[in-house]
Design a protein around this ligand. Sequence first.
Ligand code: GS8
Length: 219
Amino acid sequence: MADEVVLLDTWVSMFGMRVRVALAEKGVNYDYKEQDLKNKSPLLLEMNPIHKKIPVLIYNGRPICESSNIVQFIDEVWNDQSPFMPSDPYDRAQARFWVDFSDKKIYETWKKMWLSEGEEHEAGKKELISIFKQLEDALGDKIFYGGDSFGFLDIGLIPFSCWFYTFETYGNFKMEAECPKLMAWVKRCFQRKAVSNTLPDDKKVYDFVLAMEKILKNK
Ligand code: GS8
């Protein structure tokens, strides 16, 4: 019997995008269920009772939560395709370290910058740029974070790129000027169909964020 694969997600989530890119890379068919996070579905609450967050992958009826955990699960289940994880244990540990770093730093720092003003806004912007510079250093001169092949850390980081326009517009900076090597890596990733067919348009993300801002300010 064919595997039954369901993804609970929201289109604008960089964490959900990791899972969509991973499934596309492996050529897995799945049932996509867009979730309303303001009015969480009984299915989401049942499948992720601990965090009540998307993304959740439901594999033959059983849930897997947390995006980087899900991407590793996908790599292990569909292991006949090229692996996401580096073969060397040290490289695997490094890849997991940087995904964890991006989890802890990028979204939180963006939120700090987003609706703040003055010194707090400037500090958030500086921190966000320094995070991307650190990620650029970690890439070095490699083609992908996975070396010659697109791997776990590439999947973990590429979804943030469709938020770059939003970060730049709110922060009044240009990623191309700050992190040209990182931007060249983004372009290389977009040559892959699994990335270009999955990630939403960056202006659509920005419009979503503007709409969110209006809602939050009218509360
Ligand atoms: C983060 C998921 C998350 O923040 C992961 O999967 O990697 N560490 C987790 N999901 C958000 C939407 S994206 O910002 C979410 O589901 N939020 C709902 C809520 O907080 O109630």
